[in-house]
Write a new protein. Structure first.
Length: 156
């Protein structure tokens, strides 16, 4: 490589973000939450066996996964429920600044409507719904299994 190649021309570089995976304790509830948010269930599967064990570095893996897709087809969220080995406990109420914490942000067209629809599914605001620099209305909420979800509505 000479350093003059166009960006992205190097071999072995990232092509796209394919999905983000989150471990949940109640797969059906998590799927219902994200369907209500507007994601589409792309498919479900049970995965297990030696290849899966070697892939994730655990022994005796058996898990159910649900692949959720954003309406534009570009983003995916993989929800994973482990049956074995047992799920290691985490803090489902960990604050947003916890090391390694995950947060998934979605652009929405009506943040108030989305919040109203998600509350019956257990969504709780972490802070407040705020207007940020006259460009966005934003909020953080906690979803199933403690997943931090951010919502952003453009105001421009």
């Amino acid at each position: 490589m000479t350093g003059t190649e166009p960006q992205g021309a190097r071999r072995g570089t990232v092509q796209r973000l394919d999905n983000v995976a989150v471990v949940v304790d109640d797969l059906a509830a998590a799927v219902a939450f994200f369907v209500e948010l507007g994601l589409e269930l792309e498919g479900e599967a049970t995965v297990e066996g030696g290849e899966v064990d070697r892939l994730v570095g655990l022994e005796g893996v058996r898990s159910d996964i649900a692949m959720m897709r954003t309406p534009d087809g570009h983003g995916r969220l993989e929800l994973t429920k482990y049956h074995s080995p047992a799920i290691r406990g985490g803090d489902p109420h960990a604050p947003a600044n916890t090391l390694g914490a995950h947060r998934v942000m979605f652009a929405v067209d009506d943040i108030d409507d989305v919040l109203d629809r998600l509350r019956p599914h257990g969504a709780e605001l972490l802070g407040e719904l705020v207007r940020y620099e006259n460009s966005y209305r934003l909020c953080y909420l906690r979803g199933p299994a403690g997943i931090l979800v951010a919502l952003a509505q453009s105001t421009t």
